[in-house]
Design a protein around this ligand. Structure first.
Ligand code: GRF
Length: 205
């Protein structure tokens, strides 16, 4: 079985990237993580990926005259590595409409809330402030609207008495590490596609 050549884009710790790499090693997993790209040279996950023999690419947005130039170079480098699918995992740059359109249906992200609730940053603090009893994480196709693309999969996490933002972040992160590989595999295998702006389950095994 030839695997789908996948890149993971990070800006920091990279724990979701690590979960995707580990899952991709299973024989029946449809992805191969062929590149890890970071906009921060000191992103902790980069060294981990390089150590595993995965091509690591650093492109600092500061070295480009504008967002479009930065994103064109990302596309060029990933295409050069034969990348077919992109997973954002804590990549802290907003991607513009041209990039998103180029990779439409082949660009996914993980977000630490039950979207459409709590788009943006500080999700756990906002969940606690609202007194919610449940939160979770979502994997979605990326569209030009920040954290607004159609949801592929979600995992729920209860908010128990005494939880702080840190405990909640740890619980949700553990759920992310299970959810993201499953969701990526669904997209890579074609079981889930983006069609006319919606997530469609194709029934492909
Ligand atoms: C995760 O919580 C993810 O949902 C969010 O950024 C965080 C990245 O963590 N988009 P890591 O770098 O994967 O450890």
């Amino acid at each position: 079985m030839s695997k789908v050549r996948t890149a993971v884009l990070i800006s920091g710790r990279g724990s979701n990237m690590m979960a995707l790499v580990e899952a991709s090693r299973a024989k029946d997993n449809p992805t191969e993580i062929v590149a890890v790209l970071s906009n921060k040279p000191d992103a902790a996950g980069l060294a981990w990926a390089a150590d595993k023999g995965i091509r690591s690419i650093v492109l600092s947005h500061r070295d480009f005259k504008d967002r479009a130039a930065f994103e064109n170079e990302i596309s060029r480098r990933l295409a050069g590595a034969g990348v077919e699918l992109i997973a954002l995992a804590g990549f802290l740059r907003v991607l513009g409409p041209e990039f998103v359109t180029t990779w439409e249906g082949r660009l996914i992200n993980i977000h630490p809330s039950l979207l459409p609730a709590y788009k943006g940053l500080d999700t756990h603090e906002r969940v606690l402030a609202a007194g919610d009893r449940e939160t979770g994480c979502s994997v979605h196709f990326v569209t030009p609207e920040l954290d607004g693309g159609p949801v592929i999969a979600q995992a729920r996490v209860p908010v128990l008495p005494g939880y702080t933002a840190d405990t909640l972040a740890a619980r949700v992160l553990a759920a992310e590490h299970r959810l993201y590989p499953e969701a990526l595999a669904k997209v890579a295998s074609g079981r889930v596609v983006l069609r006319d702006g919606r997530v469609v389950e194709t029934g492909t095994p």
